[in-house]
Structures are given as structure tokens and as C-alpha cells.
Design a protein around this ligand. Structure first.
Ligand code: FMN
Length: 186
């Protein structure tokens, strides 16, 4: 088998017991072997400030380099006030600069949102897609993934306890693997 695709996973929650982080771990477990998922941390990134670009913080540089190395991007996010959590938006902004050398450009992407609520983070999912259009990230269209009732999907050890969700996540990751092969630059 050829080298697995390096998928950078961006989790929109900084919470230690985050359901979205647990979901990201579950996605790594069900992903087909041609994908290797790794969570890329975003909580350490200083807030984006264009004035700092001349002497960019080391955390920005390391993050940009990590995203540049990735073959693909998987966003797993909660919804904050019907939109993208600030930490994730900050990471997107950091990766998008300096102007003309965005780390996101042309990387195949997928978005999955999750919430204890019934709408499953639909608002965050679609606000995120709006930024990804501008960043030239081709995003998987189908299946859409809005995971509602996420607070009921994990046991005390953090493992997924719902078989139909596991099957759906498997379908989602297989579709993403296919999307990466069809849209990856190299
Ligand atoms: C600042 C804030 C805003 C929130 N806004 C929404 C919202 O708009 N829609 C929603 O479904 N849940 C909202 N929630 C609830 C989150 O879905 C819930 O806290 C969820 O567990 C966060 O994801 P996590 O477990 O991965 O941290 C909000 C939570 C916070 C802290």
C-alpha cells in the first residue's frame, strides 16, 4: 500500500472533555487505512494580529508549516452562538497569512459539526464552509455531517457507544478518502 494521506484534524473546541475531540478520535478509528489522521492543536496560537507578521510568533510559524505538510484537512467543530468558535476562526486566520502564501490553499477538506442540540452545529458548519470557499479549500459536499445529541454518544472512557453513528462516520470517512484522491494536488 502507498503512504497514507496525512490528514490534519482541526478541533474547534479547547475543552479537555470536548465531545468534538472525542468525535475526532472516533473518526480516526473508523477511517480507511489510506488516511492517517492527526489532531493539530490550535489552543496555543496567539490571536492573529497583522502587526506581528514582521516578527511572527513561533507558534504561528510551526502551525503554518504543519498545515503545509498536510495532504488534507478535517474540521471537527462545535457551534458557538450559531457560528465558528473563535479559537478555530483564529487558526484559520493564522494559517491564511502572510497574504499570498496561505497554508490552506488547494488542500482537500471536510467539515463535521457536533452539538448536544438537535441541529448538530449546522450554523458553524456552514459559516466554516464560507471561509473555506475563499481559502480555496475544496470541501466534501456529501454526506453532510451534523451530529446532534453528541453528549449521548460516548461512554465514560470516551469511546463511541452508538453503532449507527459509527457506521455513518465510516461512510463519511470513506467518502472523504475518495474526495482526497479526486481533488488532491499531488
Ligand atoms: C460560548 C458558547 C456558545 C454556544 N453556542 C451554541 C450554539 O450556537 N449552538 C449549539 O448547538 N450549541 C452551542 N453551545 C453549546 C455547545 O454545543 C456545547 O457546549 C458543546 O459541548 C461544545 O462542544 P465540545 O463538547 O466539543 O466542547 C455553545 C457553548 C458555548 C460555550
Amino acid at each position: 500500500m502507498s503512504t497514507p494521506r496525512d490528514v490534519a484534524v482541526l478541533v474547534g473546541s479547547l475543552r479537555k472533555e470536548s465531545y468534538n475531540r472525542k468525535l475526532a478520535m472516533a473518526l480516526a478509528q473508523v477511517a480507511p487505512p489510506e488516511l492517517k489522521l492527526e489532531i493539530v492543536e490550535i489552543g496555543q496560537l496567539p490571536l492573529y494580529n497583522e502587526d506581528a507578521e514582521a516578527n511572527a510568533p513561533a507558534q504561528w510559524t510551526a502551525f503554518r508549516d504543519r498545515i503545509r505538510r498536510a495532504d488534507a484537512l478535517l474540521f471537527v467543530t462545535p457551534e458557538y452562538n450559531r457560528s465558528v468558535p473563535a479559537a478555530l476562526k483564529n487558526a484559520i486566520d493564522v494559517g491564511s497569512r502572510p497574504y499570498g502564501s496561505s497554508a490552506w490553499d488547494r488542500k482537500p477538506g471536510a467539515v463535521i459539526s457536533a452539538s448536544p442540540g438537535a441541529i448538530g452545529g449546522f450554523g458553524a458548519n456552514h459559516h466554516l464552509r464560507q471561509s473555506l470557499v475563499f481559502l480555496n479549500v475544496p470541501v466534501l459536499q456529501m454526506p453532510e455531517a451534523y451530529i446532534g445529541g453528541v453528549n449521548k454518544l460516548f461512554d465514560d472512557s470516551g469511546a463511541l457507544n452508538n453503532e449507527s453513528t459509527r457506521a455513518f462516520l465510516g461512510t463519511f470517512m470513506t467518502a472523504f478518502a475518495d474526495w482526497i484522491e479526486r481533488t488532491a494536488v499531488a
